[in-house]
Design a protein around this ligand. Sequence first.
Ligand SMILES: Cc1cc2nc3c(=O)[nH]c(=O)nc-3n(C[C@H](O)[C@H](O)[C@H](O)COP(=O)(O)O)c2cc1C
Length: 363
Amino acid sequence: MPKLFEPLALRGVTLKNRIVVSPMCQYSAVDGFANDWHLVHLGSRAVGGAGLIIQEATAVSPEGRITPEDLGIWQDEHIPMLQRINAFITAQGSVPGVQLAHAGRKASTFSPWTGDGAVPTDQGGWLPVGPGDDAFAPTYPTPQALDAAGIEKVIADFRAAAQRSLTAGFQVIELHAAHGYLLHEFLSPLSNQRTDEYGGPFENRVRLLLEVVAVTREVWPEELPLLVRLSVTDWTEGGWNADESTQLAAILKTRGVDLIDCSTGGNVPTAPIPVGPGYQVQFAERIREEVGILTGAVGLITTPAEAEAILANGQADVVLLAREFLREPYFPLFAAQDLGVEVQWPAQYERAKPRAVAAAGSR
Ligand SMILES: Cc1cc2nc3c(=O)[nH]c(=O)nc-3n(C[C@H](O)[C@H](O)[C@H](O)COP(=O)(O)O)c2cc1C
């Protein structure tokens, strides 16, 4: 049996395979509400046989959205449509997960096809918050530095969002601590120059994430898995790096985190990132090896053979695919065929399943 199709038990949740839909913003929500786009988009990937589907960065507060069109989970009214989507995903034998997120100083920007840079307040923008008052880049809004009460609110917002995630039927939470968004901004000395207990040495920079993990675990049932996505390195001298990520992963392992989703970058606009096939796999491998925690590999994994090799070589426990899943929602069904594994197709599509001898029938 290829590794890719070996089930994976995470606490009380079993993934039928190790192919994960990586969270992908759809920029299609209004006031944070999911709609038919999200149902069809996420639902298609469940029909396509993914083991776990992690819903896009879903904001824990309105000011935590990257763009005005981001999904949100900051009010109970957001829950019913998410319940509907998750019921569908679950009925297909896939596991619904959510990425809880706060965009920090990278908030209030135009979504890709509506504009560029900061959204002015008279066009629906807002004042973002961050560890300090430095903008991410010249075209980005200037944030307001979070004070103690602001940090308390962020933590409370994550807690409430985790509670709503449970009601909404998600079975996995991934905390977004990557890509230059709020939790990553606190981790990196390049974006965090605070002089209080949240800035300075490693222990202080990781504090906010650890507090968010703690309140999430308080409300997220023991039998449900908690994942953290890290940007393992800023790819910049003096920035957050793989040594610190490894040290942090070891702490997270003791705080009820089950898997580290190993991405990179996003906190330094000019960072030289050596993008290429599987370019981030080395980080999943290192953390898995040195910490002994489950890891996910992501980034330019596009073929069943690559995905299988990563798992078979012991470099990661799951693979996350983003853009390949936009090209091919049925990636897992075809990966099974490529790797010679028998998997169940949705009954409705059974007659299209490739077979040695085609038996199309007459109807
Ligand atoms: C359209 C799009 C939206 C994305 N949105 C998110 C997101 O909401 N959260 C996140 O952590 N990463 C996001 N990403 C990054 C992907 O999850 C993934 O890490 C990255 O695209 C590399 O994987 P790939 O080479 O398979 O596309 C997004 C990527 C794309 C293409």
